[in-house]
Design a protein around this ligand. Structure first.
Ligand SMILES: C[S@@+](CC[C@H](N)C(=O)[O-])C[C@H]1O[C@@H](n2cnc3c(N)ncnc32)[C@H](O)[C@@H]1O
Length: 203
């Protein structure tokens, strides 16, 4: 499948963006790892398989903090309908998102603010390698912030039976991310927690 996805991509266009952007003075070097395209395509195929997306067609998926948009790209490749959100004012992401023709809206997730209302509810809301709660910054997400976010997704974004699936950023240990109260909140929602992943089904 990775061969087929790679063949569908205009890698020359992506690498031209990389070469132009690497010269920009405000470049964010960390993002350039995503131009190592094939391993990230493989990673995103694995994400889709773990969600069971190969077993269906036409599911509606919202990907929060999509970055280059590789996950929605794979979803579309697998004949699903994807939408994505990410913060504004990131020129590199914007250029790659345009090149990949990802249906992405600029939106920063803020504590105690609902996500934009969807046209129709989603089957899946995903967030991969997202870092709302970076230790050492003043943006601290505790149980109250997580409760608002999870309940907004369950009540306003997902269909019955839909899933919120989050993969926490590898850079930080999971216990620094979720304090005891937040883990209790996830337990209340009968979340499945595997490694850095949290999966909550709307019941
Ligand atoms: C480490 S990157 C992961 C990108 C992509 N999900 C992946 O796994 O390849 C984290 C992403 O989260 C986005 N992000 C961080 N804080 C956010 C917020 N408050 N609201 C929306 N997106 C956010 C960043 O702009 C970036 O695209």
């Amino acid at each position: 499948m990775a061969d087929h996805v790679m063949a569908s991509l205009n890698t020359d266009e992506l690498l031209a963006i990389r070469d132009e952007e690497v010269l920009q003075p405000d470049r964010r070097l960390i993002d350039f790892k995503y131009f190592n395209i094939r391993p990230w395509i493989v990673e995103n195929i694995k994400r889709a398989l773990r969600l069971g997306l190969h077993q269906h067609r036409g599911r509606r998926i919202l990907d929060i903090g999509t970055g280059f948009g590789y996950f929605p790209y794979i979803c579309e490749f697998m004949e699903h309908q994807s939408a994505a959100l990410d913060i504004p004012d990131h020129r590199l992401y914007d250029r790659v998102i345009d090149a990949l023709k990802i249906n992405r809206t600029h939106h920063k997730v803020n504590p105690f603010e609902p996500l934009p209302a969807p046209e129709r509810p989603y089957d899946y809301v995903t967030a991969y390698q997202l870092a709302f709660n970076r230790p050492g910054t003043d943006e601290h997400w505790g149980a109250a912030e997580w409760a608002f976010f999870v309940e907004d997704v369950l009540n306003n974004q997902l269909k019955d039976g839909g899933r919120l699936h989050m993969e926490l950023n590898w850079s930080f240990p999971i216990n620094a991310w979720y304090d005891k109260e937040t883990r209790k909140l996830f337990d209340k929602h009968q979340a499945t927690r595997t490694g850095n992943e949290v999966d909550i089904v709307k019941r």
